[in-house]
Design a binder for this molecule. Structure first.
Ligand code: BF8
Length: 626
């Protein structure tokens, strides 16, 4: 394949060229050599029992059924449900890990971490009905822990953060039995219902995967975000360098890639440890240079301004620089292919989490109770690799500075100022038409489409049409590398949006953090409803969402919790479903028409995607009479 056709990231292109010269294979090569299975791509196959696997014909979806008699709608709904379950499990397990840490900190069993943001602790406690007046921080934290544990373990009732859902949206969920109880129960029931011979009605299956998805967005993901903010601080805007140019030839370069902030926070302490800095200098380096990638990178750039070296499709490419002295990973989106690329460049790939080992990688277990034991050892490994560097180093020059760290709390403050912090100015600017609407553009990069290109073109088109864009995950890094996360990018926005950006001094594209931080977008939507003037449910808002280059099951779960919260959500790349079927109609039409919530959309082309989202925003504006 032609390397220029697979990415617009110049640094990644340069490294893919080097990989080719060095005879190193990456996911771009594997994608080119592996044609996607057309039956699986349409979700027209079922392997949930051993009378099959069965395959149906997407061109004649109702012409055949599986051995058990399952129709195409049942098969697609079951497959989709299992995607949602897996995505939800990933986010809720991450959230539960954060909650485990919080419990240990609150009970005084861990000294290395502490409650950094007391104000946020109180706000979150109040949001779930905990009285904070006159109570100690410790007492509030203990009560909050007990309350949030219900997000996972509760057998009956509604998850705690249901209290933050706009009343009318919640009423709709109650009517259709969409309110999650506890994530463990919802996931278990969904796995049961997708077993052979259980739930064989696509609409009933969708009822349950809707509960699962909402247990992710308003449950596990929101808990992950809120507890991370309480323990590590709520992000505020910070200028951050991104792209591979953040690597430094004469420093020990350490990259952390994955999702949970715990290990990365400890790594930040380790790389500043005087003895380790001295050890790096003794090895001939000028110091230690720490950078993040993917979502853990997004967490750390938002909270601490740690440089970010690139998104999902750049993780193998960055190793080809030869300058990475260790890549430390925890969970999720960590390609097994990294191990082989690491071997080619003598870069150790170090796994640190019990949930994620990789054949051929070094494993150094991270423990919340003794965090520096793991991260110090990782640094020592990196220093020793630096000392033994043999291969030539080639670091791309690309480096961009953007502003990141727009938490929901900061947006509130930025718009209203200290004394009248609120979303009212945003609502006012939407009502007066300077801002046409708000779009969330999020998600992965995927070698099936040109890396970063779909994200960048879609976002440019949206802001040009006065749509304010909020971002998370790998998409945020695509746009940061393209230079759009700066106030100066306002000149690319339409006149109305540009005027608001210039007045407030904000970029037209706001970076909200990692993928679990999509919960910040949900809360922002809830606030917009609360401030008034834009209807009384999330479904009334002139907003839309997109994951134009998605690749993970987590993205499917996120997409569905946005749809179920009331947001029109458009995906790119491919959609695992057959058109002109009942299940397709349910997702792409009935969730809006029948339930009064959001709906799914699909298009590969960024300009068409933008047109669909803007048309939806205009439809909502018209319904509001603005
Ligand atoms: O959770 S955007 S490739 S890194 S799945 Fe993965 Fe996708 Fe990146 Fe983070 Ni989200």
């Amino acid at each position: 394949f032609n390397i220029r056709d697979v990415s617009i990231s110049e640094s990644t292109i340069q490294m893919l060229e080097k990989a080719r010269r060095d005879g190193v294979e990456t996911a771009f090569d594997r994608a080119a050599n592996m044609k996607a299975c057309p039956i699986g791509a349409d979700s027209a196959c079922c392997k949930h029992c051993f009378m099959g696997p069965c395959r149906l014909n997407a061109k004649d979806p109702y012409g055949k059924v599986g051995v058990c008699g399952a129709t195409i709608d049942t098969i697609m709904a079951r497959n989709f449900a299992r995607n949602v379950v897996s995505g939800c499990a990933a986010h809720t397990d991450h959230g539960m890990g954060m909650l485990d840490l919080f419990r240990e900190v609150v009970n005084g069993h861990i000294k290395e971490y502490e409650i950094k943001d007391v104000q946020k602790l109180e706000q979150v406690a109040q949001s779930v009905g905990i009285e904070t007046e006159g109570k100690t921080t410790d007492a509030i934290a203990k009560e909050l822990y007990a309350e949030l544990e219900r997000t996972y373990t509760q057998i009956e009732g509604e998850i705690p953060f249901a209290s933050r859902v706009p009343a009318k949206t919640l009423e709709t969920w109650r009517k259709f039995n969409f309110v999650p109880r506890g994530a463990m129960r919802e996931i278990m029931e969904m796995m049961h219902r997708t077993h052979i011979g259980v739930d064989q009605d696509h609409e009933n299956i969708a009822q349950q995967f809707t509960r699962v998805a909402l247990a992710d967005g308003w449950g596990g993901s929101l808990v992950a975000t809120e507890i991370s903010d309480i323990l590590y601080g709520t992000p505020r805007p910070v200028a951050v360098e991104t792209d591979m140019g953040v690597l430094k030839e004469d420093y020990v370069n350490i990259i952390v890639h994955g999702h949970e902030p715990n290990m990365f926070e400890s790594m930040l302490v380790s790389v500043n440890e005087p003895a380790l800095v001295q050890a790096a200098k003794d090895a001939g380096a000028k110091g230690i240079n720490l950078a993040g990638m993917c979502c853990s990178g997004a967490e750390m750039m938002s909270r601490h301004g740690v440089p970010h070296a690139g998104n999902f499709m750049s993780t193998e490419a960055v190793i080809c620089t030869g300058a990475v002295d260790a890549m430390i990973v925890d969970i999720q989106c960590i390609k097994q292919g990294l191990v082989k690329v690491g071997q080619c460049y003598n870069t150790p790939i170090i796994t640190t989490n019990t949930r994620c080992h990789m054949d051929g990688a070094v494993h150094i277990q991270f423990n919340d109770h003794t965090p520096s034991e793991c991260t110090d050892e990782c640094v020592i490994k990196a220093i020793s690799r630096f000392k033994n560097r043999k291969l030539p180093i080639e670091i791309p020059r690309q480096k961009c500075v953007g502003i990141h760290g727009f938490s929901h709390e900061y947006i509130n403050y930025m718009l209203g100022g200290t004394f009248r912090a609120s979303y009212t100015p945003l609502n006012d600017n939407i009502i007066n038409g300077k801002i046409r609407g708000v779009a969330g553009v999020v998600g992965c990069t995927n070698p099936r489409v040109k890396q970063d290109w779909v994200h960048v073109e879609l976002v440019k088109e949206l802001i040009k049409n006065d749509v304010l864009v909020v971002q998370t995950g790998c998409s945020q890094v695509s746009l940061a590398n393209a230079g759009l996360l700066t106030p100066e990018a306002a000149h690319l926005a339409g006149a109305g949006l540009a005027e608001v950006c210039e007045t407030v001094g904000m970029p037209p594209v706001l970076g909200l953090g990692s993928c679990v931080d999509n919960s910040r977008i949900l809360i922002a939507c809830a606030e917009m409803v609360k401030m008034g003037g834009l209807g009384d449910s999330i479904a009334d808002l002139p907003v839309a969402g997109a994951a134009p280059e998605y690749m993970s099951e987590k993205a499917i779960s996120i997409g569905h919790y946005f749809v179920a919260s009331g947001v029109y959500t458009v995906f790119g790349v491919t959609f695992p479903i057959v058109k002109d079927t009942k299940f397709h109609k349910l997702l792409f039409n009935d969730f809006e028409e029948k339930y009064g919530l959001g709906k799914w959309g699909f298009h590969e082309d960024p300009y068409e995607m933008a047109r669909m989202m803007i048309a939806h925003i205009d439809k909502k504006r018209k319904a509001l009479g603005i």
